[in-house]
Design a protein around this ligand. Structure first.
Ligand code: DX5
Ligand code: ZN
Length: 217
């Protein structure tokens, strides 16, 4: 089985001591750091914003994988770029002019990802799949950490893998929500390249060991 890219989700960190948690993630085998930005409109929750993330970006030695759960995410391309983000993921459901937004993200010098909610079909990606660097499949309804994995995600990965192969796209497949050792293994077996894990990593007694377990499912 191939080794997945691991992107721990900061949403489940201790916000009263982010430096301590970031120090541990820096020392771990994590590949990226997943950053969930919410607006209380696109999703029914608010996480953190750019004034906080400015300090997170300074402390993180891992590339930032930014997931915007907000309406009109294109408004914040300069702010995400200013963080030094490697990847900017926008929701399909939040972008009526998705092609333009993807070009704007790439023109800003970042990799561009498109995120699908659980009820949004993979088939809708047919006309954008060769333009993007990553597809982020939500395996829970976005807005909260610690929710239960939706098994239908496994079918969506297989369908997406076949779309990627058929079109010659280079897009990675990332999955976000309810990832643990059991669901993580099923996801990688189904064709996922990148696993996001929030509560499973930050809730672990030994976060470094837990990231290592996800790397070696
Ligand atoms: C949910 C976020 C996720 C969240 C995952 O809206 O996009 O990144 O942190 O949390 P877990 O891994 O606990 O399901
Ligand atoms: Zn996320």
């Amino acid at each position: 089985m191939k080794t997945p890219i691991i992107s721990p989700s900061l949403l489940s960190a201790n916000f009263a001591n982010l430096q301590a948690d970031l120090d541990v993630i820096n020392r771990s085998e994590a590949d990226w750091l997943h950053i969930d930005i919410m607006d209380g409109v696109f999703v029914p929750n608010i996480s953190f914003g750019f004034p906080v993330l400015k300090y997170v970006a300074q402390l993180s030695q891992k590339p930032l994988d930014v997931h915007l759960m907000i309406v009109q995410p294109e408004k914040f391309i300069p702010e995400v770029k200013a963080l030094g983000a490697m990847m900017m993921n926008v929701h399909y459901e939040a972008c009526p002019h998705l092609h333009r937004v993807i070009q704007q993200i790439k023109d800003a010098g970042m990799k561009a990802g498109v995120t699908l909610n659980p009820a949004t079909p993979v088939s809708l990606l047919a006309d954008i799949i060769t333009d993007v660097d990553m597809i982020l499949l939500m395996s829970v309804n976005p807005g909260f950490g610690g929710q239960e994995f939706i098994p239908h995600t496994l079918d969506k990965i297989r369908e997406l893998r076949s779309l990627i192969e058929r079109t010659g796209s280079h897009a990675l497949i990332e999955v976000d929500g309810g990832v643990n050792l059991e669901t993580g293994k099923a996801l990688v077996d189904a064709g996922a390249d990148v696993l996001v894990a929030g509560s499973f990593v930050f809730g672990a007694p030994d976060m470094i060991e837990r990231v290592g377990q996800l790397k070696r499912l």
